[in-house]
Design a protein around this ligand. Structure first.
Ligand code: SPV
Ligand code: MN
Length: 628
């Protein structure tokens, strides 16, 4: 194929159907034409479908997902189920790499030489779509036409992947047409590769997910699991983080919610938690803007945020009518829902672990026919649904959708929450002294036990700065510097909070109940408006007992025992000092870590050492003094 654009168009005219060609040419953008021509030439599909996002096109994708067997229709109208391979049930860290020229390396990030990675990828993609249809979709990450937003093009041979994207992102073919040559966009190319009889990717050994920052292109092959295949989700995050660094904003792994305070006021919060650490369930306690991703910008000195998505790709395990009534309702009423890796029952319904119903004796799951007692090749029992089983649904299905969810100006952020699975160090909720202190000692110091959302052994404590390490595409030191700089440009910086829902006692029992987070949210809401005093400790401000007692009564209609408070909010100095040592060591090995980072961490160490000297290892909260 020639490099000449007229030739490219001519080539496309010959190779595409008239409809596809006309649709593509309505977008007057040469880079786009070249990208599509390149992909067609390489992957050799038998046809190309240009998805304009019209109701008819969306319906075509839904129908083909079923016709090809990638999805199976269920009894409830609009519901379908998809099964990923048993070896493709979560994000594949080992097979994912950031491509960097000259084989450059970045701490904590899996990188690969760009030329080598591209060469390997082109070989894998060569002819991979033979006999299949190539799908091309156009989307906007963020409200259409908003200064926050970024355009993206997805190429895939999976109707399931495009079906997900049609639910999760704003279709933007018209925006491409409007912007024409001006359109700057991210590129994603995905192929599920060869499939087995269950329509699962077969060549998992050749699963590769390569992120080319320079070309703003992500390649994903021989995988179907959403976190690896849905380009606009976690693959786009790598590219938008890089853009955010260049342009001085924040592209984050965060929910955005409105929390209703006294007199009906709504205060917006973001929340960063590693997967399966209470993120979605916290998001559901507020009015929903987004559950997973956020773009944050400084707008006239305040932080405003938009959700790049308009849907939820959520974890289904444990969702039941008592703990998560809003999601449960969405998952059981008629309407468009894609389930993945749950159990399909004989009567065409779905079952998932922890849904509050008796477990069926048998059914179909990601391993094929399933029966209670079925084991894998190592003899381990196979659960009916995978712990990382998911659902895909539009935000519009949720009763608690915030009216501003699609506002092109975003919503003002009052507080930013960071939380992890931490058995023994952090208190359930606390507030940083200021932006710098919060960024360094809370956000950048986040740690969490590994969960089933990534392939590997769950339970180990992992370094999880900003809950984003799995998606980071730039040097961590540069990323932290950008955060600090972003804050220094704000006249009204949001308050930064740390939360920990997973604190345990010596016997391993959780110290808090699931609904306590409702109270923490209300406390944070009051603190954003400076309405409650707090106790000043070496790690920041913590709630007073008397305020929590009132809030527990108001929010949960429950007593809150002083003894519980003293245990939950004790400052564990030795554990906190050990944590500082771990964090210090990590950042000391990153040459770009800003000096200020170590100063802030050192101040915290000194405060903790002084307190430990005076009061001992574990300090009950009443030893510290109040601050208004
Ligand atoms: C997460 O694991 O953080 C998710 C799902 O939101 S995934 O798309 O796999 O990243
Ligand atoms: Mn996520």
């Amino acid at each position: 194929m020639s490099e000449n654009i007229d030739d490219t168009q001519e080539w496309l005219r010959k190779i595409l159907s008239k409809t596809a060609y006309d649709r593509l040419m309505r977008i007057n953008n040469r880079e786009l034409h070249k990208f599509i021509a390149w992909a067609v030439d390489l992957c050799k599909p038998s046809s190309v479908f240009i998805n304009t996002g019209s109701e008819e096109d969306l319906d075509y994708i839904r129908r083909k997902a079923i016709e090809t067997g990638e999805e199976i229709p269920l009894r409830t109208p609009g519901h379908t189920v998809h099964f990923d391979s048993p070896f493709d049930q979560a994000r594949a860290r080992e097979d994912t790499a950031i491509l960097l020229p000259g084989g450059a390396k970045l701490p904590f990030i899996r990188t690969k030489d760009r030329d080598e990675g591209l060469r390997e990828m082109y070989k894998l993609l060569d002819g991979i779509m033979r006999g299949r249809e190539m799908l091309v979709g156009f989307y906007s990450l963020g409200p259409k036409g908003s200064p926050f937003s970024i355009l993206a093009v997805q190429i895939t041979d999976s109707y399931y992947v495009m079906h997900n994207e049609n639910i999760l992102y704003r279709p933007a073919y018209d925006e491409f047409v409007k912007q024409g040559e001006r359109a700057r966009f991210l590129k994603f190319i995905h192929s599920q590769g060869e499939l087995n009889e269950m329509k699962q990717s077969k060549n998992i050994k050749l699963r590769r997910i390569y992120i080319d920052l320079q070309g703003e292109t992500v390649y994903s092959v021989n995988t179907q699991y959403g976190g690896n295949s849905i380009g606009l989700k976690k693959l786009a995050l790598r590219l938008t983080i890089k853009r955010a660094m260049e342009e001085g904003w924040l592209s984050e792994h965060m929910f955005i919610i409105g929390v209703r305070g006294p007199g009906g006021r709504v205060t917006y919060f973001t929340g960063a938690y590693p997967s399966m650490s209470g993120k979605t369930s916290t998001a559901m306690l507020g009015s929903l803007i987004g559950d997973d991703l956020a773009f944050l910008r400084n707008v006239n000195g305040e932080v405003r945020a938009v959700n790049p998505e308009v849907g939820v790709f959520g974890i289904i395990e444990g969702i039941n009518p008592v703990d998560d009534p809003l999601i449960y309702e969405v998952l059981t009423k008629p309407g468009e829902v894609i389930f993945s890796n749950v159990l399909m029952t004989d009567d065409g319904d779905v079952y998932w672990n922890g849904m509050g119903k008796p477990e069926p004796d048998h059914g179909i799951n990601y391993t094929g026919k399933w029966w209670r007692g079925k084991t894998d090749e190592k003899g381990n029992p196979i659960p009916p649904s995978h712990p990382n089983a998911r659902f895909t649904v539009s935000l519009k299905a949720f009763r608690n959708l915030d009216p501003a969810y699609d506002d092109p100006n975003g919503v003002p952020i009052g507080g930013m929450i960071y939380g992890g699975r931490d058995p023994d160090t952090w208190v359930p909720v606390f507030e940083a002294f200021n932006w710098e202190h919060g960024v360094v000692t809370i956000a950048a110091s986040l740690e969490s036990e590994r969960t089933a959302a990534v392939i590997g052994k769950p339970g180990e404590r992992e370094f999880q700065p900003m809950a984003i390490i799995d998606f980071l595409s730039v040097d961590l030191g540069v990323y932290i510097s950008n955060y600090l700089k972003f804050g220094s440009g704000l006249s009204r910086p949001p308050k930064i909070f740390g939360v920990n829902y997973f604190l345990r006692d010596e016997q391993g029992r959780f110290l808090n109940s699931k609904e306590d987070k409702r109270v923490w949210l209300q406390w944070m809401e009051r603190r954003v408006h400076n309405e409650l005093p707090a106790i000043e400790t070496p790690i920041g401000y913590i709630p007073r007992y008397e305020d929590l007692r009132v809030l527990f009564r108001e929010v949960l209609n429950r007593d809150y025992a002083q003894e519980d408070y003293r245990r939950q909010f004790a400052i564990r100095t030795t554990k906190l000092l050990e944590k500082i040592d771990r964090i210090w060591k990590i950042y000391a090995e990153i040459p770009t870590t800003p000096r200020r980072f170590f100063e802030v961490l050192e101040e915290q160490r000194r405060r903790l050492l002084r307190a430990k000297d005076e009061y001992g290892d574990v300090i009950p909260p009443d030893k510290f003094s109040m601050k208004y």
